[in-house]
Design a protein. Sequence first.
Length: 397
Amino acid sequence: MTEAAVCPVPHENRAHPLGAPAGFEEAIGNGPVKMIWPNGVEAWVISSYTGVRQVLSDQRFSATREGGPEMRTVGEPILGRPQPGNMNVLDGDEHLRLRRPLSRAFMVKKMNEMRPRIQQIVDDHLDAMERRGAPADLVPALCLPVPSLVIAELLGVSPEHQELFQSTAREMFGKNGSKEVYDAKAAELGEVLVKVAAEKKALGTTDDMIGLMVNETDFDMEEMLMLAIGLLAAGHETTSNFFGLFALTLFERPDQLEILQRDPSRADVMVEELLRYTIGRLGGAGLARKAVEDVEIDGVTIKAGEWATVTFRANLEETLCPNAGELDLERKAVSHLGFGFGPHQCLGANLARAELQILLRSLFTRFPNLRPAIPVTEMDFREDSITYGAAAIPVVW
Ligand code: HEM
C-alpha cells in the first residue's frame, strides 16, 4: 500500500478496557498508514512484526522526540525533552555513553541476586493485605509499592521519599500535566538525590546505581539527576501498571489462571506470554522515531524528516507464533516486542521480569480464590497517563 490514509489516533475510548482503542484496528488495516496524533503531528504507524523491529533498530531512524507526535495536547512534552541525561532521545555513541555503565547494574546476574529481597518486599505486602482482610485494592496494596521500593533500593535512595517518587513519576508520564509542575517536583526530588550523591561520593560506594554513577562514570551532576529520576519514574509507572493489567487479564480468563496455579514454577515463561498478549491486545500507536534518511518499510517510503510510530499489536501477528491472538500460558516464550527492540530496548527488562514473576507467583499462590470485587469492565482506568493501567483494582478472596 503506497497511498496513506490520514486518520485520528483514537487512543482513548476502548470498547473493552483491555482491548484496542475504538477504530484503531480498522484504521491500520493491513499496512502502514499515516495518523494525526493528538498534538497535530502526522506519523506513519507501522504494524507488522518485521516492520516494527526495523523502525526500532535501523540507524536511519533517530530516537529524537523534538517536534514529534505526542499524546499530550497541551503544553510542551516532558518525557521526550532533549535534556542532559535523557537517554531515551539520544542516538549512537551519545546514547551508549549513558546506557552502557547502567546496563551492568541491570544484568540478569545482578537482578537474580535481588530476587530474595524482592520476594521479601512482596511477602510483606501480601501479609499486610491478608491482615487487613478483604476487600483490598491491588494498586496501592501491591502494584505500586513493590516496584517503588525495589527501584529506590537499587538506586540507593531511602524509601521515606516514596510519595515524592510516585508523584514525580505521575507528572513525568502525565498526559495533561504541566511542565512547571513537573519541573518543581523534579527539583524537589533533585535536592534529595544531590544529598544522596554527595554521601555516596564521600564513601566511594558503588553497590547501588547512584554510587555507581558518581564514583565510576564521567556523568556530570545534571546527567546523573536526570538518569536517576528517569529510572525512578520508569521503575514506578511501567511494572506497576503491567502487573495490574496481568491480574485483570487473568481474572477474565479463569482457564489461564488455573494453568498458572497448577504450575507456578513456570511463572517466568508465563510473564513473557502475558506481556506479549496484554500489550499486543491494547494496541494503539506508541514509540516514535524520526527518519533521518528515506527508508522503505512494508511497501511505503518513509521520507527523511517524517515520523514513524510502531504499534505493539505486532505481538499478535501469526508469524510470531501460531494462534498469536490468543493468550496461552502453556506456550513457550517467543521474541515479543513488549520491551521494545534495538538500541533502546528496555534497560530495566531484567528487573521488570524478576518483579513480575515474583508478584505473579506469590499473589495467586497466597490467595488462590482471589477475584475482582466488581467486573473488570466497570473498573476505573488511567486516562491521564501515557502509560495505561487500572486506577484501582478492587478484589476479594
Ligand atoms: C513491564 C515493565 C516494563 C515495560 C513493558 C517496559 C517497556 C519499555 C520499552 C518498550 C522501552 C523502549 C522505548 C523505546 O524504544 O523508545 C523501554 C525503555 C526503557 N525502559 Fe522500560 N519497561 C518496563 C520496565 C522498566 C523498568 C522497571 C525500568 C527501570 C527501572 C525501565 C527502564 C527503561 C529505560 C531507562 C528505558 C530507555 C532505554 C534507552 O533509551 O536506551 N523499564 N521500556
